[in-house]
Design a protein around this ligand. Structure first.
Ligand SMILES: Cc1ncc(COP(=O)(O)O)c(C=O)c1O
Length: 440
């Protein structure tokens, strides 16, 4: 391969070539090549940093293997189709969303597919906002939002700080319209335009949800200020059983999960939108299948033009359509996911409780957000990185460092509890306990 001469690239190409998209990517590749196994590789690594729902793959795979054995690929899969998605598949996915995700009618012509959540994020925010506009996101938040909306679209991320200590957060987001008003005024003073508010529920990384009343008030505020409110429900069917005896005392708030789709149906506004993808709940990150749901017809018309390079392939659309036609499978799958998720979550928080590491009680998602700041040697980004690497080198456990999530406190890490088999997760958490005990 020719030596990389980034000077031959565009300015933006040079900037992209100069750094990895994620700080933990290199170590992830290393850990993934050296996976722990109790007998074959007992000194191996535990990558708990990438949000994958690996334990659920066998269920989806069995179902898809049967479909591929039974059904012939339709001719339309070889041809061009509607850039928003094939009409038959949109019909199936709208039914799935109506029954399982949103629990209210979702029309097929109000959804469009792209190649995963990342493509959905990029294509839809391209149509909603202009270069230089600001997207407000409560902190901490998914690091890759910065790239997905910033690299090609030029949107700026504003990390809205709602709390400092985890104890001031809880399992329901602390975000209020007061925070939004303060951000609005701050941005106005800086001459920036607050164009989009982006919420994730259940959230990445906190696992918190937004209550129905909260979503309604936030939506009203956004409509009044002509701000687009996008709610990502990419973890919408990965909900923890908060009535489980071992953990229920962690959830004093009465809130239950409420899909934003229902508020959209009620308010019928051009400013309200929902994102979904199959990467997390359905353990299909490699399929690259994302969905935008919006009642804004102009947005969907605009997407027809910009979505062509972002489309999920027709073969994927067809396979997904066949999979999601089977409602008995979906019911079984969603229930099993909740059971497995709750079991893994309990393993993770049991260990955190043992070493008295504070965490946000999660209502959903594939991870728990924990505060290891008492172990920092220096209260700084460098101190956080040193601890992160030392945990990995000493125990083989690779966490996601807090820095990209942009919460202002140092020493917070995200622990993914669905990436490994339960017994391997138990081993990983035990190693963390031993590591921190030896430093206490
Ligand atoms: C909130 C959120 N959005 C988007 C993504 C990316 O999903 P996809 O693989 O479908 O692009 C992730 C993955 O971790 C995520 O947590």
């Amino acid at each position: 391969m020719a030596q990389a001469h980034s000077a031959s690239l565009s300015g933006r190409g040079q900037s992209l070539a100069s750094k990895p998209a994620r700080v933990d990517m290199e170590l992830f590749m290393e850990a993934a090549q050296n996976l722990y196994h109790p007998t074959d590789n007992p000194k191996g690594a535990f990558p708990l940093n990438i949000a994958e729902n690996a334990g659920m793959i066998p269920l989806v795979k069995t179902q898809l293997d049967a479909i591929l054995n039974r059904e012939a690929i339709p001719e339309w899969a070889f041809q061009y189709t509607d850039p928003k998605g094939h009409p038959e598949v949109r019909e199936v996915m709208a039914q799935f969303m109506s029954k399982h995700l949103c629990r209210c009618p979702v029309a097929p012509d109000s959804i469009a597919f792209s190649a995963g959540a990342a493509a959905t994020i990029e294509a839809s925010t391209f149509v909603l906002a202009d270069d230089g506009d600001t997207v407000v996101i409560p902190a901490p938040a998914y690091p890759m939002y910065t790239n997905d909306m910033g690299v090609k679209n030029g949107l700026k991320r504003y990390d809205l700080q709602t709390h400092y200590h985890l104890a001031d957060h809880g399992s329901v987001s602390p975000l209020t319209t007061g925070h939004l008003q303060a951000a609005w005024e701050d941005l106005q003073q800086r001459g920036q335009r607050f164009k989009i508010l982006l919420l994730t529920t259940p959230d990445n990384p906190t696992g918190c949800i937004y209550s129905e009343g909260q979503l309604r008030k936030i939506a009203e505020w956004c409509i009044r200020h002509q701000v687009h409110l996008i709610v990502s429900e990419i973890y919408g069917l990965s909900l923890i059983d908060v009535s489980d005896e071992e953990i229920r005392q962690d959830y004093p708030e009465a809130a239950t999960y409420h899909s934003f789709g229902r508020i959209m149906a009620e308010m019928q506004s051009d400013y309200l939108h929902l994102w979904y993808a199959l990467s997390k709940d359905f353990a299909m990150s490699g399929f690259r299948f994302g969905i935008i749901h919006s009642l804004n017809e102009a947005l969907l018309r605009g997407l027809e033009n910009v979505n062509i390079p972002h489309m999920a392939s027709n073969l994927t659309q067809w396979a997904v359509g066949e999979l999601f036609k089977d409602d008995a499978f979906l019911e079984r799958y969603i229930a099993e996911n909740k059971k497995k998720l709750t079991a893994s979550y309990k393993v993770a928080v049991r260990a955190l409780n043992t070493i008295e590491v504070p965490y946000i009680p999660s209502r959903g998602s594939l991870f728990v957000w924990a505060d290891f700041s008492k172990y920092l040697k220096t209260d700084s980004e460098e101190g956080e990185e040193t601890l992160w690497i030392d945990i990995y080198r000493s125990t083989g456990v690779l966490l996601t460092p807090g820095s990209g999530f942009r919460h202002r406190k140092y020493g917070l890490f995200r622990v993914v509890y669905t990436a490994l088999p339960l017994s391997h997760l138990e081993e990983a958490m035990q190693r963390l306990v031993d590591y921190f005990r030896s430093r206490a």
